[in-house]
Design a protein around this ligand. Structure first.
Ligand code: ATP
Ligand code: MG
Length: 593
């Protein structure tokens, strides 16, 4: 491809709303362009990288035995009412919905459990037809609260979505493992360093659920990992071992109120009383669909709201407003205490305050705190749970060694769903005994654009993108230093044709621009191999081959250039297939079907 005939404009200015490196670089490289919030056009160059990502996913899924299909993106409300998702998704406002001319209601599907399960309902009648895994790679729509980071969190985006159907839980284990193995191959081939962590299964109420995380500072998820034993979890799901408490070995003293005028926050009380924040008991009032609930945890810890929802068995949770706190507890915010709450109010305590004595908490009246507080003696706890957010350095729940905390981009998700959808949509089959049973399902997703963006997050330098070979829009760029000069033009043209004939993907910068401009663009576009043709080297009968990753330069005779480029390309191809050790993952169990 010649740049002079291509549709590609690199951009000097960083887009104003761009925070993530991938968003900035993909925009500057002219690969994506914003049309509106969360809506991006892929230019011809952007589409090439996007398609390569998609092709890797398709190849590995086909290899795993999954079967590709397509279901409509526009789906009727009735189908979503059957599964019970219309109400919930509409409440969360994630669903794009619209009406037709007759008033019929539809949504633009954010995933396709309903549609695919319906297909299976009509297609599968006997256990003999199971298992089957069906997938598609199609556009999804979600009205994200905060679309951002370019392709990473769009409102319209391309996603692989797969659905497995098995006769029983053991079968589901197998299908799930086959997906897990395919995911590992996909992300390794994309040149990504990733880690697989336990995820929260959310309101769908499935069992096992794991996320594939690409570690990067811009990641929107926090991931907890244990370097000692390999435990890993999304912080929403992460557990911790027992933390040391300041009151261990202490005996209870007398409870008394002390004056703490105007000291409503933990920091203020800690400073005023000269204590550590871990000696305080935080008393937080939440509003849920089931009424108010009070959560107790140690003063130096924060609430993991996902875990608290789980502990309270509620779907919605928000800190109560000042006014509501006072109404629910009789005390103003900052001074609520667990011992002076109205009867009947639900109180759930985190394990971090188990056995607390000599603790400090609100006194239940303005400008006073209680000291010498003993939780078992002085308050009534309705439930115990674990809902404090894991921190770096907390003990690992498995081995007790200190945990690490990192940021991650969720590129893929695998999920054991169970029978929720097959029951709701009556997708059953007849088992060996002739009884009707619902299919046991798994659901799987990979963001194509997000994976491509994550590759840029992990592979770039100060000058631009450093594409892993497998995702690079073109593998090789030829830069003609002076297209106006006959000898240079002839040498560059002929090399371009030679490489293209050899089946290599070559982009040829034949524009009438200064070499400096072209070099800057070449670094920005980040194709793995660049060949400079012209200047003094060409006068000596040579061209320069530059490896983008380390910018190493090698001058080779023009006659040997094509072979040298091919060798370097093959070398990059074999080294980019990183062994599992390098990718930080264990060899996958089970393997493909
Ligand atoms: P997130 O927590 O990031 O919102 P999710 O858990 O809601 O994602 P899933 O329903 O698990 O997403 O979707 C499967 C995959 O689709 C994700 O792992 C991610 O790679 C991709 N994905 C989800 N939402 C978006 C989006 N708004 N833009 C781009 N890719 C997305
Ligand atoms: Mg997910």
């Amino acid at each position: 491809m010649r740049w002079s005939k291509y549709f590609l404009q690199t951009v000097r200015e960083v887009p104003g709303d761009a925070e993530a490196v991938s968003h900035i670089l993909l925009t500057r490289a002219g690969m994506i362009r914003r049309l509106a919030a969360g809506m991006y056009a892929l230019t011809p160059l952007g589409l090439r990288a996007h398609r390569k990502t998609e092709a890797i996913v398709r190849e590995e899924m086909d290899r795993s035995g999954a079967l590709e299909l397509e279901v409509p993106i526009l789906q009727p409300r009735e189908l979503w009412e059957e599964s019970g998702r219309w109400g919930r998704y509409a409440a969360e406002e994630i669903l794009f919905h619209l009406k037709d001319r007759k008033g019929g209601e539809y949504c633009l599907a954010p995933t396709a459990e309903e549609a695919v399960t319906t297909l299976v309902k009509f297609g599968i009648t006997s256990y003999r037809q199971l298992p089957v895994t069906l997938y598609q790679i199609r556009t999804k729509f979600r009205d994200e609260i905060r679309p951002r980071f370019g392709l990473m969190r769009g409102r319209e985006f391309l996603m692989y979505d797969g659905y497995s159907f098995d006769a029983d839980a053991r079968g589901l284990d197998c299908s799930y493992r086959a997906q897990d193995a395919a995911y590992r191959r996909i992300f390794e081939r994309c040149g990504l360093e990733f880690t697989v962590v336990q995820a929260d299964s959310g309101a769908i109420g499935g069992r096992d659920s794991e996320e594939f995380m690409v570690l990067a500072d811009t990641g929107e998820d926090a991931v907890v990992r244990c370097p000692a034993c390999g435990y890993g979890a999304n912080v929403e799901k992460a557990e911790t071992g027992r933390r040391q408490s300041p009151w261990e070995e202490e005996t209870a003293v007398r409870l008394e109120d002390v004056s703490t005028p105007g000291k409503g926050s933990i920091e203020e009380v800690v400073e005023f009383l000269g204590i550590s924040s871990s000696r305080m008991i935080k008393t937080l009032v939440y509003e849920t669909e089931a009424g108010f609930a009070v959560a107790l945890l140690r003063g130096d810890l924060d609430v993991n709201e996902v875990a608290l929802k789980r502990a309270l068995s509620v779907e919605h949770l928000a800190l109560a407003s000042e006014e509501k706190v006072e109404r629910a507890t009789g005390a103003p915010v900052g001074y609520v205490g667990p011992h002076r709450l109205p009867r009947g109010l639900r109180v759930v305590a985190d394990e971090s305050v188990r056995g607390a004595v000599n603790a400090v908490t609100g006194a239940g009246r303005r400008d006073f705190h209680a000291i010498g507080f003993a939780l078992d003696r002085d308050a009534n706890v309705s439930d115990w749970a674990v809902f404090a957010r894991a921190r770096a350095g907390d003990p690992c729940p498995r081995c007790g060694k200190p945990l690490d905390l990192a940021r991650g981009i969720e590129v893929g998700h695998i999920f054991k769903l169970g029978t929720k959808y097959s029951e709701a949509l009556a997708a059953g089959f007849t088992d060996e005994k002739g009884e009707n049973r619902p299919a046991v399902m798994g659901t799987y997703g990979i963001g194509i654009g997000r994976t491509m963006a994550a590759a840029v997050e992990q592979h770039h330098d100060a000058d631009g993108i450093v594409w892993p070979l497998a995702l690079a829009p073109f593998e090789i760029e030829i830069v003609s230093l002076n297209p106006a000069e006959a000898a240079t033009k002839e040498a560059a043209d002929s090399l371009y044709e030679e490489l293209a004939r050899a089946g290599l993907e070559v982009f040829y910068d034949d524009r009438d621009e200064r070499p400096g401009v072209k070099f800057k663009d070449a670094d920005l576009l980040g194709f793995p191999i660049r060949v400079n043709v012209g200047g003094r080297a060409l006068k000596e009968g040579r061209v320069e081959i530059i490896r983008r990753r380390d910018k190493s330069v090698r001058a080779v005779p023009r006659s040997e250039a094509a072979a040298a480029v091919r060798d370097l390309r093959d070398e990059l191809a074999s080294s980019s297939l990183s062994p599992p050790e390098r990718a930080g993952v264990r060899a996958s169990p089970g393997g493909a079907v």
